[in-house]
Ligand binder design. Structure first.
Ligand SMILES: [Zn+2]
Length: 293
């Protein structure tokens, strides 16, 4: 007698479709530091050529995108703050689009907002300062703040609504720094102007290992790394941004230093290889899971 699976049993529904998913944190080691990227948000964005490659033709944009197997009608955007535990301080680099999403991702990574000792703001676009305040209250009640003085001074003059709502209330507690200044032992500011007037990146160094928290010096893993001179809508000084891109990408490639890009594909961490007239993104695999013994 043939066996039938359904015989005698109630009809079962198929397992439900779950939608796409990913964890909201990714933690690696860097010497004695722990470095955690936090996925504060991700969303599709239509018509990426209206943002990347403003100075190239639709045909050029399409050829470059096709070569990387990327669609040209839509791009997936990622927003990735970084948490560094130096052993002495818990440092949060950038705060996402709003307080809720970032603190939810932080919680998944095992951190509460009151544990954050220092909030570093790399630059003052809305997707980086959006989570500084939670309504009228600071999201990170025990934190002090560090940002670039050039960045603060530029936005303070712009009459920018977001800056006035999120940054101005905390200005008294902010330490303004410049190129080469130190946030904590092993955390050093590096000027990367162009994307915004005072945009800063940060070199992390512990026990001989290095990693750059690179923020927005490059905003797409193909369109910015492969083509550093392509103009980007969000770069306030397009020529300076391109020059900064080439300088930092050149350094990362030459020295083999991994970087975290705020808008790189999740989990946002990769190496840079020279390729043709530009560079290629090489996501990290397990390199930073292995601790020097
Ligand atoms: Zn950004």
């Amino acid at each position: 007698m043939p066996f039938t699976i359904a015989s005698g049993g109630a009809a079962r529904a198929a397992a439900p479709m779950m939608g796409m998913g990913m964890s909201k944190f990714n933690r690696v080691g860097l010497g004695d530091f722990e470095v955690t990227t936090i996925l504060a948000g991700t969303m599709p964005r239509p018509d990426p050529h209206s943002i990347f490659g403003l100075n190239v033709s639709a045909e050029t944009f399409e050829t470059a995108s096709k070569a990387a197997r990327l669609p040209t009608d839509v791009a997936q955007f990622f927003f990735t703050p970084t948490v560094v535990n130096t052993g002495n301080e818990l440092i949060l680099f950038d705060t996402g689009l709003n307080a809720e999403s970032t603190t939810a991702a932080l919680a998944e990574a095992g951190y509460t907002p009151d544990q954050v000792d220092i909030v570093v703001i790399t630059h003052m676009h809305g997707d980086h300062i959006g989570g500084l305040m939670n309504g009228d209250a600071p999201t990170y009640p025990n934190a002090r703040y560090v940002t670039g003085s050039a960045e603060f001074d530029a936005w303070a003059k712009m009459e920018n609504e977001n800056f006035e709502a999120k940054v101005r209330p905390l200005a008294e507690q902010m330490t303004m720094i410049g190129d080469g200044d130190s946030v904590a032992t092993g955390v050093t500011a590096m000027a990367a102007f162009g994307h915004t007037p005072g945009h800063m990146t940060y070199m992390l160094e512990s026990n001989g290992q290095q990693l750059v928290v690179a923020a927005d010096f490059a905003n797409h893993y193909v369109w910015s790394l492969g083509y550093p001179d392509w103009e980007v809508k969000f770069d306030m000084d397009k020529a300076a941004a391109a020059q900064t891109r080439r300088r930092i990408l050149g350094m990362l490639a030459a020295d083999g230093i991994p970087f975290i890009g705020y808008h790189m594909p999740w989990p946002g961490m990769g190496y840079v290889e020279a390729a043709g007239d530009g560079f290629r993104y090489e996501p990290t695999s397990y390199q930073l899971m292995i601790q020097a013994g």
